[in-house]
Structures are given as C-alpha cells and as structure tokens.
Design a binder for this molecule. Structure first.
Ligand SMILES: [Zn+2]
Ligand SMILES: [Zn+2]
Length: 173
C-alpha cells in the first residue's frame, strides 16, 4: 500500500492547505486491492487541515476518473469520481480496534495524519458498487451475449416479455 503520512505538528491555528496529485496514492491501492480498471483523468485532492482542541479538522475534496468495465455490458467506460470531505480526526488506538481505526498516529510525540489511507477511503466511498456505463445500459443478452446497446438480436424481445415466456413454458408441458 502506498503510504503518505504528514506531520500535524507545525500546522498553524488557522490551518494549512495541502494538495495531492501523486497518482500512486490511487493507483497503488487500486492495484493492490484488485479494483478493476485504470486511472482516466488524473486524480487530485485538495485538503485543509485545521487543528482543534482534541484533534484535527480535515476538509476538502478530490476528483478524477477511472476507466472501468460496465457492470452490465462489460464495455469499458470513463467513470468520473469525486467527493467532498469534512472529517474530524483524532489520535487513537489504530490497531486494536479496526472499526474505529484512527487516521492519526503519534510517533515520538509528533502526531501524523494518514493521508494515503484517508484519500483511499474517500475513493471507496465515491465508487459505486456496480458501475454502469449509463443508467439505462441495456446490458448483454443472456442468451446470445450480444451487447444490446450496440444491436438487437432475435432472442432479445421474447426474453424481455414475461407473459410470452410463461406462454412458452405452458406450451412445452
Ligand atoms: Zn453498460
Ligand atoms: Zn440474444
């Protein structure tokens, strides 16, 4: 996993802006966790970190795109991904409680923020469970495998009509 920790020690009270464009922050975990596809429009993130009493306020946004196979027709398409974040981060026990894993660790008294882990989390939040090339993607014909967005087949119509299917089954019996 790509790691990037930034020191939170010298951040002034009014906060500090960071921007991240190193693609390995996204391509690293994509490869490691076998997320299908590759980066299309390069990812970039801007982040503002503001110290609070017991932690840090992390706000900002990210955007980019991935080229992924459609969940219905398997055709590759460009999926834009973006998101805003507004998160309170505090030092905690990172390892013994995964549910509530902290993105802030303290090394020799210096708090550090897990930027790579945080940005990857944001990426996963933005990623749809089943990416579709378009909302009304017609998918593949389950019988002949033709991509119904690109053409039609003889089996397509019958297949979609439940009443016909029922009639056909009745005739068979
Ligand atoms: Zn599709
Ligand atoms: Zn067909």
């Amino acid at each position: 996993m790509t790691e990037l920790w930034i020191s939170l020690q010298d951040i002034p009270a009014e906060g500090r802006e960071f921007s991240f464009t190193d693609q390995s922050l996204w391509t690293g975990p994509m490869k490691e966790l076998h997320v299908p596809g590759k980066v299309g429009r390069p990812f970039e993130a801007s982040m503002r970190i503001t110290p609070q009493d017991d932690g840090f306020l992390v706000t900002g946004d990210f955007s980019g795109s991935v080229i992924q196979p459609c969940g219905r027709c398997a055709e590759e398409f460009e999926l834009p991904l973006s998101g805003d974040f507004d998160s309170f981060e505090e030092p905690g026990a990172p390892m013994d409680d995964l549910e509530d894993a902290s993105r802030v660790r303290v090394v020799k008294g210096v708090p550090e923020f897990d930027v790579a882990g945080f940005l990857w989390e944001q990426f996963l939040l933005a990623l749809p469970e089943k990416p579709l090339c378009s909302e009304d993607c017609k998918g593949l014909c389950p019988q002949c495998g033709i991509n119904r967005n690109q053409g039609s087949c003889a089996c397509a119509q019958d297949n979609g009509d439940l009443r016909l299917a029922v009639l056909r089954n009745l005739k068979l019996q």
